[in-house]
Design a protein around this ligand. Structure first.
Ligand code: NAD
Ligand code: TYD
Length: 341
């Protein structure tokens, strides 16, 4: 199989490319990534070189000419589309890049895929498109109406609907996957788990938005990658598949676990101004993926979080390398101005 992966230098894309090259000795992967602040070519640099089954191309998914050229020149058969602006807080500060990449970029990919007769297009999306759950509501199913609340989730919902429309209108073999919150190696330290690790391991306060009672369903990143692979190989075009980790936790519980693993004091916790429009709870019903794809998560939260913290502890150079000056500046001014820490 000859595969175009978009956004492969980000958190999940990196894990997916490692996973697929290991599990399938016949696969060839072209990774198209713009290398935004969240993309790190170094994650996969050891795979580059003559005779490799992995090719890196720096570029924007919204560049139609480039995308068409890549699909043709590499005889691409399938696309797995991860590239996105992915951080809710950034979408609140400036939503324009979210529309450019998540909506326009996805549209460009879909058009090019249609034109070039791509056999399979996996569009990777999120539980956040379903909106927010009350404490006693059942988890989201694939039939839950979309009700996104942040500019990020609205842009992802828009791209999901475009992807499904290309199936219904043109017969493009699109599959949409929606996953809960991922954690694991290579996650950029603006997201809760690596951020809490980074701050707590330096003895700095860990900001918790609002009362810390917001609930997310956490899934180990390689379980998500296995789900995306299952959808790619066995999914039904036109269908949506939910993936969740069956591990609902409040943010306070997650941060408490990280502090315990680090042997750090709970006094590092700082309750700070809440995120505007902060969704209270996400939870996923993954019954369809389990029944139809034969998928299920295999890493429970205590095992996965311990492994993840250990990975960050043993890869200090990785954290250093992704913390560019621009990122530091953004985060420092953001937390001081918006959250008061
Ligand atoms: P990430 O922010 O870590 O990585 C995004 C990658 O996309 C980066 O390498 C970036 O350089 C690249 N990119 C951004 N704009 C681009 C453009 N215009 N052209 C080409 N490349 C571009 O994101 P992630 O956490 O790995 O998420 C990957 C996908 O999975 C996203 O679509 C996201 O919505 C979805 N998702 C993420 C989670 C999660 O918990 N992280 C959960 C469910 C779904
Ligand atoms: P995040 O990792 O940004 O993922 P998402 O918003 O896509 O779920 O945040 C996870 C949860 O943690 C979310 O409820 C917001 C909260 N959070 C904090 O309390 N403090 C922080 O510093 C961050 C980044 C997030």
């Amino acid at each position: 199989m000859r595969l175009l992966v978009t956004g492969g230098c980000g958190f999940i894309g990196t894990n997916f490319i490692h996973h697929l090259l290991e599990s399938d000795p016949t696969v060839h992967i072209v990774n198209l990534d713009k290398l935004t602040y969240a993309g790190n070519r170094g994650n996969l640099a050891h795979l580059e070189g003559p005779g490799s089954r992995y090719t890196f191309v720096q570029g924007d998914i919204a560049n139609a000419e480039l995308v068409r050229h890549l699909l043709g020149s590499h005889a691409i058969e399938a696309i797995v589309h991860f590239a996105a602006e992915s951080h809710v807080d950034r979408s609140i500060v400036d939503s324009a890049p979210f529309i450019h990449t998540n909506v326009v970029g996805t549209h460009v990919l879909l058009e090019a895929a249609r034109e070039m007769g791509i056999h399979r297009f996996v569009h990777v999306s999120t539980d956040e498109v379903y909106g927010s759950l009350g404490p006693d509501e059942p988890p989201f199913t694939e039939d839950t109406p979309l009700a996104p609340n942040s500019p990020y989730s609205a842009s992802k919902a828009a791209s999901d609907l475009l992807a499904l429309a290309f199936f219904h209108t043109y017969g493009l073999p699109v599959l949409v996957t929606r996953c809960s919150n991922n954690y694991g190696p290579y996650q950029f330290p603006e997201k809760l788990i690596p951020l809490a690790f980074r701050r707590a391991s330096r003895g700095e306060p860990v900001p918790i938005y609002g009362d810390g009672g917001n609930v997310r369903d956490w899934i180990y990143v390689l379980d998500h990658c296995a789900g995306v692979e299952a959808a790619l190989r066995r999914g039904l075009p036109g269908r949506v598949y939910n993936f969740g980790g069956d591990a609902e936790r409040t943010n306070l519980e997650v941060v408490g676990t990280i502090l315990d693993l680090l042997g750090a004091s709970r006094s590092l916790i700082r309750f700070v101004t809440d995120r505007p429009g902060h969704d209270r709870r996400y939870a996923m019903n993954s019954r369809r993926a389990k029944a139809e794809l034969g998928w299920q998560p295999t890493t429970d939260f205590p095992t996965g979080i311990a492994h993840t913290i250990r990975w960050y502890q043993t890869h200090p150079n990785w954290l250093e390398s992704v913390e560019s000056g621009a990122y530091r500046q953004f985060m420092d001014s953001w937390y001081t101005k918006e959250r008061g820490v």
